[in-house]
Write a protein that binds this ligand. Structure first.
Ligand code: ADP
Ligand code: ADP
Length: 228
């Protein structure tokens, strides 16, 4: 589904953030990138939706290079969730969730139905929350809206960059549990960045341990735990 073929990213022609990286991420897999700060996780993630372009090597989605897709279509078809979700403060929750469906010119009826469906999916009552403003929501609720927004136009790939790490431990645990449930009900390829090994072991189908821009190990949680 997503393939990295000897991908290198140099910043300022000297910092090698990612070094000849090869990755194969399967369709509908929950794939976790983990490693110490500065090992290249975020750079790897952002190269998938071309927020950052590789300096060398190729990235494929399906059998097409990402540089051969129209960049807007590429971004609309890849959901993206950040650590500190940036919701538009002047817009309602419904409007925030509907940004990509609006760009794709879905009908009003389709959008309203989708917003309510998504709010339920992330555990928020649509009747209560659809017309509220982001500032009326807790941090955990705002992250839920971030997840709903990323899922809105039903992309096949979701990128998540430490989506729960800014939350208090209880909210984090709740969102992790909901994510476990969600990953069983939606068929998506999810690439998830974290530096929390417990989170990685809990959520990941496979875990990729990175160090200094390279892969140290890739395997299932069992593989990772049983390595001598
Ligand atoms: P991680 O997500 O694992 O913390 P990053 O991908 O953010 O790692 O960073 C990898 C390396 O690239 C680090 O050494 C970081 O300092 C460097 N880096 C990241 N972004 C930039 C940038 N925009 N300009 C220069 N160096 C950067
Ligand atoms: P979550 O479990 O999503 O993290 P919290 O436990 O942080 O939510 O919040 C508990 C309740 O407090 C929620 O029902 C939410 O509606 C309410 N709440 C939190 N912050 C605010 C706020 N800034 N304005 C209004 N209500 C809030």
């Amino acid at each position: 589904m997503i393939k990295f073929d000897k991908v290198t990213k140099l910043y300022d022609d000297r910092t090698k953030a990612v070094d000849q990286l090869d990755l194969h991420i399967q369709e509908n897999e929950f794939f976790v990138l983990i490693g110490p700060s500065g090992c290249g996780k975020t750079t790897t993630l952002k190269m998938i939706n071309r927020l950052i372009d590789a300096s060398d090597g190729s990235i494929f989605i399906g059998d097409k290079k990402i540089t051969d897709y129209n960049i807007h279509e590429l971004r609309w078809n890849i959901g993206y969730v950040l650590q500190q979700i940036a919701l538009f403060p002047h817009m309602t929750i419904a409007e925030n969730i509907a940004v990509v469906p609006e760009l794709k010119k879905w009908s009003r009826k389709q959008i309203l139905g989708r917003v309510d469906e998504l709010l339920e999916m992330v555990g928020l009552d649509p009747a209560v929350y659809r017309d509220r403003k982001p500032t009326e929501l807790s941090g955990g609720q705002q992250q839920r809206i971030g997840v709903a927004r990323a899922l809105a136009a039903d992309p096949s790939i979701i990128l998540m960059d430490e989506p729960f790490s800014a939350l208090d431990p209880i909210s984090r645990e709740k969102l992790q549990n909901d994510m476990l449930h969600l990953k069983r009900t939606i068929n998506k390829t999810i690439v998830f960045v974290t530096h929390d090994i417990r989170e990685a072991l809990k959520l990941g189908d496979r875990i990729c341990i990175m160090k200094e821009g390279k892969v140290v190990q890739v395997g299932t949680p069992d593989d990772i735990l049983n390595k001598p």
